[in-house]
Design a protein around this ligand. Structure first.
Ligand SMILES: O=C(O)[C@H](O)[C@H](O)COP(=O)(O)O
Ligand SMILES: [Mg+2]
Length: 308
């Protein structure tokens, strides 16, 4: 673990080479590191392929719960990045595992989902029943003061909230009702990212979608994704690595870098996502300090070119 209060900025091929030599396992965040919205970040495909030729372990650890792992695999395939299913870990998968394995979620109960098809698929994969989510009946406009479609359902044993491009007042009203009326109803968030990076711009993230429920219920949810340990538990359920030779590469100080620090591993911040220089140097700079900083993961491509 880095014990300096300053990060080391990587700018030369020598800097990149000495970092690669220090680590055997690379945990890569996705949004803002490998791609930004629909765009692959230049050089990244070549760097990831080259790391594999150097015998490095490569895992992908995303807080995005809108896609299932098979959907994520297709995203990597479409970008021409070779991956295998067992290298992909996202907060939807980790949330499903938490419900099934940690909570031993009862078979006679179901989860009310604020989220998309990908999150529902991960619940299906572990045999956890669910409702809400992508059900077309949930997409309807609900006139204010007409709560006839919001009926109690004692079989709902948890509310799980993730990235939902169709979030609406009806969903919030149903989730609020289950959380406040069903004794012991679990309140679980896939992640609490404030923003979602795309094309150099920033948009409301999953944390912004669950915030109304946290506010209306005054409840404290369990959060699964980075920086929380539940995300590492989901990885360690099937993978093992030497933490002293493992590095977390991410664009978000409050999720990726803090996750690395909470997990006892070194961290590399990339400046292609949600973090800018004001977060590092200005009066509002974060208290979370990465071990290393690089402009882009693609900058390591100079090593690929030199190795040809
Ligand atoms: O709003 C969200 O869910 C996050 O911004 C987004 O999904 C982060 O994904 P990651 O950077 O962890 O791949
Ligand atoms: Mg990211």
């Amino acid at each position: 673990m880095s014990d300096t209060t300053e990060s080391k900025r990587l700018t030369t091929a020598q800097d990149y080479a000495s970092l690669i030599d220090k680590f055997d396992t690379f945990l890569f965040d996705c949004d803002g590191v490998i791609w930004s919205g629909p765009k692959l970040i230049p050089g990244v495909r070549e760097v990831i392929a080259w790391l594999r030729t150097k015998g490095k372990n490569v895992l992908f650890v995303s807080n995005n719960a809108s896609k299932s792992r098979p959907m994520y695999k297709k995203t990597f395939d479409d970008f021409g990045i070779d991956t295998t299913d067992d290298e992909l870990f996202n907060s939807g998968f980790a949330s499903a595992l938490y419900l099934a394995k940690i909570l031993n979620f009862p078979k006679d109960k179901k989860v009310y989902v604020i989220g998309m098809k990908g999150l529902e698929e991960e619940l299906d994969a572990v045999g956890v029943a669910h409702c809400g989510g992508s059900d077309p009946a949930e997409m309807e406009y609900m006139p204010a003061k007409d709560y006839t479609s919001v009926t109690p359902d004692p079989s709902v044993g948890a509310v799980l909230c993730g990235f939902d491009a169709f979030v609406n007042y009806k969903k919030y009203s149903k989730a609020h009702t289950y959380l406040t009326k069903n004794p012991g109803c679990h309140f679980i968030l896939t992640n609490t990212d404030a923003t979602f990076p795309s094309g150099g711009e920033f948009y409301p993230g999953s944390g912004a979608m669950s915030a109304p429920l946290v506010y209306s219920t005054k409840m404290t949810p369990t959060v699964i994704g980075k920086p929380n340990s539940h995300m590492m538990d989901a990885i360690l359920a099937s993978k093992d690595f030497d933490r002293s030779r493992t590095i977390m590469v991410g664009d978000n100080l409050e999720t990726d870098i803090l996750f690395g620090q909470n997990s006892g591993i070194e961290t590399l911040l990339t400046m292609t996502g949600v973090t800018n220089e004001d977060h590092l140097l200005g009066p509002k700079k974060s208290s979370t300090v990465p071990t290393y900083i690089v402009n882009s993961l693609g900058d390591f491509k100079v090593l690929v070119d030199e190795s040809k």
